[in-house]
Write a protein that binds this ligand. Sequence first.
Ligand SMILES: Cc1cc2nc3c(=O)[nH]c(=O)nc-3n(C[C@H](O)[C@H](O)[C@H](O)COP(=O)(O)OP(=O)(O)OC[C@H]3O[C@@H](n4cnc5c(N)ncnc54)[C@H](O)[C@@H]3O)c2cc1C
Length: 487
Amino acid sequence: MSSAPDLPVVAVIGGGFTGTAFALHLTASSAGKVRIVVFEPRDRLGAGLAYSTTDAAHRINVPAGRMSVYPDDPESFLRYLATTDEHVTDAQLIGRDGQPYPRRLVFGDYVAAEIAPLLSSGTVEHRQADVVSIRRSGQDWLVTDSTGGQLRAQFVVLAASHPSPALLRPLLPFKNHPKLVSDVTIPAALEAIAPDDRVLILGNGLTAADVVASLEKRGHRGIIQSVSRRGLRSRGHAPVVQEPFGDFTSQPAKTASALLRHIRRSIDDARAYGLTWHAVLDAVRGQAFAIWRALPVVERRRIVRLARPFWDAHRFRIAPQVEDALDRAIATERLTLRAASLKQVVQQGDGFAVTLAGRGVSGTETLDFDAIVVTTGPAHNHILQSQPFLRQLAEDGHISACETGLGIACDLDAQALDGRGAPVDTLFIAGPLARGTFGELMGLPQVTEHAVFVAGKVAQATDAAHAPSPDTARHQNANPHSRRLAV
Ligand SMILES: Cc1cc2nc3c(=O)[nH]c(=O)nc-3n(C[C@H](O)[C@H](O)[C@H](O)COP(=O)(O)OP(=O)(O)OC[C@H]3O[C@@H](n4cnc5c(N)ncnc54)[C@H](O)[C@@H]3O)c2cc1C
């Protein structure tokens, strides 16, 4: 039985895609020799923030053929999709490029279906609760959840990736205003927006594109202004599938500017072969780990500060169906994209008077809006302050912020780095929160590979813990922490 008291206990904090993929792969690599407990407040594992949405306008932004939970079986989700009636009920399933981009919820269903047998057999346990504190207890960790339950674990894996977006300062006085949508991932978040409302969207990325598509589906007719510092719009996929193009690892760039020059040159070279920038950016993404490792921290920071908006706009591509919605809104002049920053917001009747400073122009402009939607993305740079258990782990010196501001610091084995920069060998970081160390780690293909990698590392560690050395065995009765106890 998996919950036998002498099995090492692995507590996974967060049962979104990362935590669930990790649990699946740890089960495979540890051959049932661990007890895996996933803490997740949602009623099912696998969907998390991205794939819980019930909004039909929200589609996966990577074709279904590249969204598998098994890197060595890329068609797994496609096969699952064929067992559903989506091909009949979802008239827009197939994008312009001929590939399926199902609703995001369907992907959540798929991951939940993959973990279901392990939940039924008790191999993986789901504790439906928020973790509120994780404290050291001898060599173990004591994990306390929001129901008051406690678990003594020998290993902890942090997979609580996406914190809520942070509110920009001018919006703070309005945080309870019914027409300020500060977190679009909350179900029915856009319900307060009336069909003729003039809407300001803060941010221009994938989530902003989702909002435009959702508003269109809900029959919204009012004007929309989408504002970001650079005014870059999300890009779609290449018209036809292309192989990645470019070598960024044989002589990896040592500075941010050398890397950018290399990318620009490769895009020119790609054109000569009839390829688009998509193929080059795909190569960069595929080689991101090696590229990132070659860059000193100061250059990584420079990339995060200066190049990230361009990277995000080109690397994160929207589904063709969402791109079409964006194009329609721009063509009918319902949607304007602007490069500007938010200066001031004051109440104007039931709505807002918003002062914006345009990029590269002097002076400001004040415009009236009925509703504001924040899509500036999860506040990863404040991750350690985002939840009590993370704040407390940091205060106790067990975790630290990544130097790039992208998440939680860890080493190349995904072990958390403590306040002094030393690895904590029983505390692991899985998924997007580890991207300061591993480079690009947000799109599903990379997140899946990382989950497999961390599962392998934890399996090694639990193996070592499970096979006590003769010395350890001799002292087992004397030392209460040498016995792996499950509470
Ligand atoms: C809106 C959105 C859409 C996306 N769409 C795509 C896409 O189509 N294709 C693609 O390749 N990538 C997409 N991504 C990228 C995405 O980061 C990854 O694909 C992946 O979903 C990340 O999953 P995760 O489990 O790491 O994070 P999350 O989905 O954030 O899951 C973390 C989980 O932790 C739980 N949690 C948080 N705090 C606690 C706590 N204290 N105790 C217990 N549990 C806790 C949360 O409830 C949540 O379920 C999208 C990202 C977002 C934000």
